[in-house]
Write a protein that binds this ligand. Sequence first.
Ligand SMILES: [Zn+2]
Length: 355
Amino acid sequence: MVSGPSWTATVVVTLIINGPTDDAGHEDVGHPERPERLRAVMRGVGDLHLGDDLVTVAPHIASRAELARVHDVAYFDELGAYCYEGGGDLDADTYATYDSWSVAQYAAGAGLAVIKELQIRKSGVGFVAVRPPGHHASRGRAMGFCLLNNIAVATAELTSQGERVLIVDWDVHHGNGTQSIFWDDPNVMYVSTHQWPFYPGSGAPYEIGGLGALGTTVNLPLPAGATGDVVRQALLETAAPAIDEFDPTWVLVSAGFDAHRADPMADLALSSGDFAELAILTASFAPQPGRLALFLEGGYELDALQSSVTSSLGALLGAQLASEEPTSGGPGTEVVANVKEARLAALRVANDVGQ
Ligand SMILES: [Zn+2]
């Protein structure tokens, strides 16, 4: 186990802002997943004043073979063709432009570049600061602002090398795409804290993984208003024992910051200080330095996004940079206990069926 202060002073960042059409076509239409988000994220990184300890990695396009590990080829071929024809709405809240296919391939490849850099350095923490986000994208469907599942592409690369990957998803929404992609994969553990009931509707505690991977999906739904202490309690009491048993060799984080209390899209009540605590806790699941990377997902209030990036990355470097205190006292303590029971009951039933 490695804790934050003994981590390392290197942050590996890769950055995809957006394509030109994105700026021209969507910056002024009020879509929440907008280019200013990444500018806020990079202000948050800049507030760390890392100097030479900030290493920026040039992303490359994820190859067809790398994408095909987690997506249907027919799906991404159709997506690419749709974009080259000019794009449009993929569902009620997910759009694509002419440039989106290219940008999405770079976003998926960015995670691969960060992983490779960390493997060379054998130290540091990775931060994949890209858009579009990825955790709602499933094998064959774009959804929830997501086109390609960036963290899944990186995870599949690691498992192809024999690694056992823990994905911690602290975005306020359940990462239904990531869960479904690795549902039957015993080499990937997916742990999610999320508001419940809420979009996209999945993420119940009895969703525990397929018969070949029972227990490797850990869902921790939380009620609106839940504070950071409740999120930490859920992770420590229910997820941590399962993670210890799983024994990951890598930890990747779906680091959405829309569980912040200022975020306009959801109703959890976390502060930037809570994200610092979550980062430290998550890092403790990694076996050694250089095996942790954060992937940007949601986060739609720009000041909260900036300060949460600063505090969470700062915490991993041993710096106390949180501008807000961690929160406590919100609802959900009983829910956490009930979720734990529901998960254990589902595991008992599934094990009985499997025998
Ligand atoms: Zn989200």
